[in-house]
Design a protein around this ligand. Structure first.
Ligand code: AMP
Length: 203
C-alpha cells in the first residue's frame, strides 16, 4: 500500500509516518530528511541545496523525484511506502504517478492532516527551540507556509479528482490522529476474501 501523508510543514506528517513504519512495516520516504542528510554529509547535492533549505524555498522537481526513484529501487521488498513531504508541486505529483506506474505500483491514498496556521507556528517555534533547525525560525517558516499555500495546496483538487483524498483533524492528539489514519488505511485495504480452496484447506 502506498500513501502520501499530506499537509503543511509541522502538521505531524513525520511523526505519523514513523508510527506507521513501526506498526505496518512501511518505508518512510521523506525528501526533507534525504536533503538534510545530503547537506550534513557535505555531498555535491547537499551543497547545491543548502541555501534553498535554509530559505525554505523548494528544491527542483527533478532533484526530489530522482531521490524518490532511488529509494523506491533500494527498497523493493517494502510492504508499502509513505511519501512524506513529497510531492509538493503538481509537477511532482504527476512524476510520482509515472515513477510508480513504471514499477507496477500506484498510489492508494492521500491523507491530509489539517492544522490551523496558529497551531503550526506554535509547534514550529517549539521545534526550533528543541532542535535548532534553521528553517524552523518563525520568519523562514512563514515563507515555507506561503510556499505550501501557493505550490502544494493545489494538489488537493488534483487528488480529490482522483478520489484518493481523505482528511484527518491534525489538531487532535498524536494518538487520535494515528487512530484516524489507521481507520482510513484499513478501509482502503479491505481484508481479501479467501477463495473456495483456501477456505477449505487453509492458506
Ligand atoms: P521538510 O522537512 O519536508 O519540511 O522539507 C525541508 C525543506 O526541504 C523544504 O523547505 C524544501 O526546501 C526541501 N524539500 C523537501 N521536500 C521537497 C520537495 N518535495 N520538493 C522541493 N523541495 C523539498
Amino acid at each position: 500500500m502506498n500513501i502520501i501523508l499530506f499537509g503543511p510543514p509541522a502538521a505531524g506528517k513525520g511523526t505519523q509516518a514513523k508510527r506507521l513504519t513501526a506498526q505496518r512495516g512501511f518505508v518512510q520516504l521523506s525528501t526533507g530528511d534525504m536533503l538534510r542528510a545530503a547537506r550534513a554529509a557535505g555531498t555535491e547535492l547537499g551543497k547545491k541545496v543548502a541555501d534553498l533549505l535554509d530559505r525554505g524555498d523548494l528544491v527542483s522537481d527533478e532533484i526530489v523525484t530522482a531521490l524518490i526513484e532511488e529509494q523506491l529501487d533500494n527498497n523493493k521488498d517494502a510492504a508499502g511506502f509513505i511519501f512524506d513531504g513529497y510531492p509538493r508541486t503538481v509537477e511532482q505529483a504527476k512524476s510520482l504517478d509515472a515513477v510508480l506506474a513504471k514499477r507496477g505500483k500506484s498510489l492508494d491514498r492521500v491523507i491530509r492532516l489539517r492544522v490551523d496556521d496558529d497551531a503550526l507556528l506554535a509547534r514550529v517555534t517549539q521545534r526550533f527551540e528543541e532542535q535548532g533547525r534553521k528553517d524552523d525560525n518563525p520568519e523562514t517558516f512563514k515563507n515555507r507556509l506561503a510556499t505550501y499555500n501557493q505550490q502544494t495546496a493545489p494538489l488537493l483538487p488534483f487528488y480529490t479528482e482522483q478520489g484518493k483524498l481523505s482528511e484527518v483533524d491534525g489538531m487532535a492528539s498524536v494518538e487520535a490522529v494515528s487512530g484516524s489514519v489507521a481507520r482510513i488505511l484499513d478501509a482502503a485495504a479491505p481484508v481479501k476474501k479467501k477463495g473456495f480452496f483456501a477456505r477449505l484447506f487453509g492458506g
